[in-house]
Design a protein around this ligand. Structure first.
Ligand SMILES: Cc1ncc(C[n+]2csc(CCO)c2C)c(N)n1
Length: 222
């Protein structure tokens, strides 16, 4: 049986569930999340996205074909043209300028996750890098869908975090998630069991670092 993206998730079910169904996510959905926690998360996510933009640029650099280049470019473009706009807009509403954002110190969870992905991409090949990036791309799309399926999720003006959910449930992000899964399915089909084990480790580590990122937001840790 050839491997598929789904098999990566099957090899770390507990970590994947702890990431998707994290308390931060539940509270964001039912509008009970403390404003300070969301602010702390979103400010750190601005810094995170700048490093992740570099990781997608690294994927472009490591791309041998035009279609691989396009896949990397789509990720970079989504960060620069869509995702960061939401962060800048929320922060403007709170009176935080972009200059201030750019000069914030990085929390340890931000440093650990972003540098882990960049290092994995630097020393490994394009597949290692895409596997390291996949919990972020696929996870946030899944989180938006998971929240939408829950009865206690509050949508619209009654939830200050509605714009966040809307962004990740949008066709643009859902399509990007599907494109990433297709890209990975095609490459994973050819890997050996030993190589799959290596990739599973990367996937699990990146998923654990996503959990730490939610914890950082909830606990206001720096
Ligand atoms: C900690 C953290 N993890 C994942 C995302 C979501 N995300 C980051 S880059 C990207 C792909 C292109 O937009 C997506 C979906 C985030 N914002 N912050």
């Amino acid at each position: 049986m050839p491997y598929q993206f789904e098999d990566l998730k099957k090899h770390c079910p507990t970590e994947w569930r702890d990431y998707i169904e994290h308390s931060f996510v539940r509270q964001l959905g039912n509008a009970s999340l403390a404003a300070e926690a969301f602010q702390h998360y979103l400010k750190q996510d601005y810094l995170f996205l700048i490093q992740f933009a570099r990781a997608f640029a690294l994927a472009a650099y490591k791309s041998p074909t035009l279609s691989d280049l396009r896949q990397a470019k789509d990720g970079l473009q989504a960060i620069l043209d869509t995702e960061l706009d939401l962060h800048i807009q929320y922060c403007n509403e709170w009176g935080i300028s972009e200059d201030e954002l750019a000069n914030l110190p990085e929390a340890r969870a931000t440093l650990a996750y972003t540098r882990y992905v960049l290092d994995t991409g630097n020393r490994g090949d394009l597949l290692d890098l895409h596997v390291a990036l996949s919990p972020c791309i696929v996870g946030y799309g899944e989180i938006a869908n998971w929240l939408n399926d829950r009865a206690d999720t509050i949508r619209g003006e009654a939830n200050p975090y509605d714009a966040w959910i809307s962004m990740y449930e949008s066709d643009e992000f859902q399509d990007a998630m599907q494109a990433e899964i297709r890209w990975l399915d095609e490459r994973l089909a050819d890997v050996s069991p030993a190589r799959f084990e290596q990739l599973t480790r990367i996937f699990r580590d990146a998923t654990r670092l996503e959990i730490d990122f939610w914890d950082m937001g909830l606990n206001l840790s720096d």
